[in-house]
Design a protein around this ligand. Structure first.
Ligand code: NAD
Length: 498
C-alpha cells in the first residue's frame, strides 16, 4: 500500500481493510491464488497503486465452482426455510448500512466516483436491492394449470438454476455485484463472483460481510482476477449452470460463445447509446438539467447514459447552451475531495478511448461546444464535453463512448415515425429519455422505441421493482422485479394421472 496516496480521511474500517492482504473467498475461506500471483489496484484520481489483490485464474475458478456446487447440492442454502434465507439477506443489507461511509470511500478510491455519489451508488442502492430481493424469497412459486388431457392433476415448480457465475464491470462495482447476488440468492442459487479487475475491493469487503452475517460457506465465492483468465474460465466452466454478465457488448458476445460447451443459461446486460428527446413544450430547465446529469454522472461511465441528445430546433440553442453551461460548472476532481461532482475516468485506457472519440468527432466535422480535453496530467480526468454539428454517420453518434461526451442534434416537427426511426438507428436498445408535457407524444414514442427502459420527464427508470435490460445488442434478459428472480429459476412441470 502506498501511504503517500492516502489522505488521512480514511475511516477506521477502510484503513484496516486496505492494510490487509486481499485474498480469494472460496468455500468460506480466504485463500491466496493458487499461482501466488497478485495485481495492483490503481486509484484513478492519482494513477497510483494503493492495494494489491490476488490474481485468481482457471485453477481458482475451478475450486470456487466446486465449492459453490457442494454448497448447492448440500442444500445448505437452497433448503434453508425461506424465512431464514430472507433474514440473512436482510442482515447483509444491515451490515452494509452499518458501514456505508467506509464502503463509499472504498468505492471512491477504487472507481473514482465522488464519495457522495458512492454513498448512494455503492451504499443505499445495493442495500435497497438486497432488501427488495429478500422480499421475493419464497414468493415466486409455480402454478396449477388445467390440462386438456383428462384425469390429470398437474403443477409447475420453480427451482433454482444451480451454480451461477457472475461477471461484473467496473463502473458500478458493488451495485452491479449485488444486483446479481441478491436475486440469485433469493432464488436459492449459489454463486461465484468475478468482479472487474479494475475495481475488486468492495466485492472483497462484501465477501467479508457475507461471512460475518452467517451466509453458509460456499454459497457465495469471490475470485478476483482478469477477464481473459478468471472470467473466461468461469464462462467456460462445464459445471456452471448460468452466467449473469454485465459489461461491454463485445465481451458479452464472447461469453455467449464460451457458454456453448454445456449450454449454460446466459443473461447479458451490455452497452447502450441512448437517445434523449427534448420537445419545445417540455419544462426546459428540468430537461436541460436532466440531459446534463444523464451524461455527466459517473463521468459518463453509465450504461444508460443519454449520449445522443435530440432537441427541437426551436429550443436547440437554449438547451445546448444550458447543457454546456452546466458542464462548465461541474467541479471535476478527486472523488475524495469535498465538493467534487465528477471524478476521473477509470483508467488511462479509458481516457485514451474517450479522447480518441473526441478527436474522431473533430475530424468528422463536429463542433466542440465545451470541453474536449484532458484535465491536468495526473489521474485520468476529462472535461465534460458537448459536441454539436454531429450526425448519424459519425462514430461519436454510433458507438458507445462511455465517457462524459454528449452529441447534440436538432430535430423538427418530423412526426413520431421519423423520431422513432432516429431513436432506433442504433445497434443498441437499453434506454431512452423523453421530455414533453404532451402525454400523447410521450406514450406513442415510448411504444415505438425499441429499448428496455423509457423515462419520461426524468421518471425513475432504475428501480428494483422495474425490470431492467436491453433490446437488441444491449443484452439478453432482465434484472429487477419479478423477472429478475425468474432469470435464476428453472420451471419444472409435473403431471399426475389420477
Ligand atoms: P468489459 O466487458 O471489459 O468487462 C466486464 C467484465 O468482464 C470484467 O469483469 C472483465 O474482467 C470481464 N471480462 C473481460 N473479458 C472477458 C473475457 N474474455 N471472458 C470473460 N470475462 C471477461 O466491460 P467494462 O469495460 O468493465 O464495462 C463497461 C461496459 O459495461 C460498457 O459497455 C457498459 O455499457 C456496460 N455496462 C452495462 C450495464 C447494463 O446493465 N446494461 C451496466 C454497467 C455497464
Amino acid at each position: 500500500m502506498n501511504q503517500a496516496v492516502f489522505p488521512d480521511r480514511l475511516q477506521p474500517m477502510s484503513s484496516k481493510f486496505l492494510a490487509e492482504p486481499h485474498k480469494l473467498f472460496i468455500g468460506g475461506e480466504w485463500v491466496p491464488a493458487r499461482s501466488g500471483e497478485t495485481f495492483d489496484v490503481i486509484n484513478p484520481a492519482t494513477g497510483l497503486a494503493f492495494a494489491r489483490v490476488a490474481a485468481g485464474d482457471a485453477a481458482d475458478i475451478d475450486l470456487a465452482v466446486k465449492a459453490a456446487r457442494r454448497a448447492f447440492e448440500s442444500g445448505a442454502w437452497t433448503n434453508l426455510p425461506p424465512s431464514a434465507r430472507q433474514r440473512l439477506l436482510l442482515r447483509l443489507a444491515d451490515a452494509i448500512e452499518a458501514e456505508i461511509d467506509d464502503i463509499a470511500l472504498l468505492e471512491s478510491f477504487d472507481n473514482g466516483m465522488p464519495v457522495g455519489a458512492a454513498r448512494f451508488i455503492a451504499g443505499m442502492a445495493p442495500i435497497e436491492t438486497l432488501r427488495y430481493n429478500a422480499g421475493w424469497v419464497g414468493k415466486v412459486n409455480g402454478e396449477t394449470p388445467t390440462l386438456s388431457a383428462p384425469n390429470h392433476h398437474a403443477y409447475t415448480l420453480k427451482e433454482p438454476v444451480g451454480v451461477v457465475g457472475a461477471i461484473t464491470p467496473w463502473n458500478g462495482p458493488l451495485l452491479i455485484a449485488v444486483a446479481k447476488i441478491a436475486p440469485a440468492l433469493a432464488a436459492g442459487c449459489t454463486i461465484v463472483l468475478k468482479p472487474a479487475e479494475l475495481t475488486p475491493l468492495t466485492a472483497i469487503r462484501l465477501g467479508q460481510l457475507i461471512q460475518d452475517v452467517g451466509i453458509p460457506a460456499g454459497v457465495v465465492n469471490i475470485v478476483t482476477g482478469f477477464g481473459t483468465t478468471a472470467g473466461k474460465a468461469l464462462a467456460e466452466h462445464p459445471d456452471v449452470d448460468k452466467i449473469s454478465f454485465t459489461g461491454s457488448t463485445a465481451t458479452g458476445k464472447a461469453i455467449v460463445q464460451m457458454a456453448t460447451g454445456n449450454l449454460k443459461r446466459v443473461s447479458l446486460e451490455l452497452g447502450g447509446k441512448s437517445p434523449v428527446f427534448i420537445f419545445p413544450d417540455a419544462d426546459i430547465e428540468k430537461a436541460t438539467e436532466g440531459a446534463a446529469n444523464g451524461i455527466f454522472s459517473n463521468a459518463g461511465q453509465v450504461c444508460v447514459a443519454g449520449s445522443r441528445l435530440y432537441v427541437h430546433e426551436k429550443i436547440f440553442d437554449k438547451v445546448v447552451d444550458g447543457v454546456a453551461a452546466y458542464a462548465q460548472k461541474i467541479k471535476v476532481g478527486s472523488g475524495q475531495e469535498p465538493g467534487t461532482q465528477m471524478g476521473p475516468l477509470i483508467s488511462q485506457k479509458q481516457l485514451d478511448r474517450v479522447s480518441g472519440y473526441i478527436q474522431s468527432g473533430r475530424q468528422d466535422g463536429a463542433e466542440v461546444v465545451t470541453g474536449g480535453d484532458r484535465i491536468g496530467n495526473q489521474g485520468y480526468f476529462m472535461q465534460p464535453t458537448v459536441l454539436a454539428q454531429t450526425n448519424r454517420d459519425m462514430a461519436v453518434v454510433r458507438e458507445e463512448i462511455f465517457g462524459p461526451v454528449v452529441c447534440a442534434m436538432p430535430m423538427n416537427d418530423e412526426g413520431i415515425d421519423r423520431l422513432a426511426a432516429t431513436a432506433n438507428d442504433t445497434t443498441y436498445g437499453l434506454s431512452a429519455y423523453i421530455w414533453t408535457q404532451n402525454l400523447s407524444i410521450a406514450h406513442k414514442l415510448a411504444k415505438r422505441i425499441r429499448s428496455g427502459t423509457i423515462r419520461v420527464n426524468g421518471g425513475a427508470g432504475l428501480d428494483n421493482a422495474l425490470p431492467f435490460g436491453g433490446y437488441r445488442q444491449s443484452g439478453w434478459g432482465r434484472e429487477n422485479g419479478r423477472e429478475g428472480i425468474e432469470t435464476f429459476l428453472e420451471t419444472k412441470s409435473v403431471a399426475i394421472q389420477l
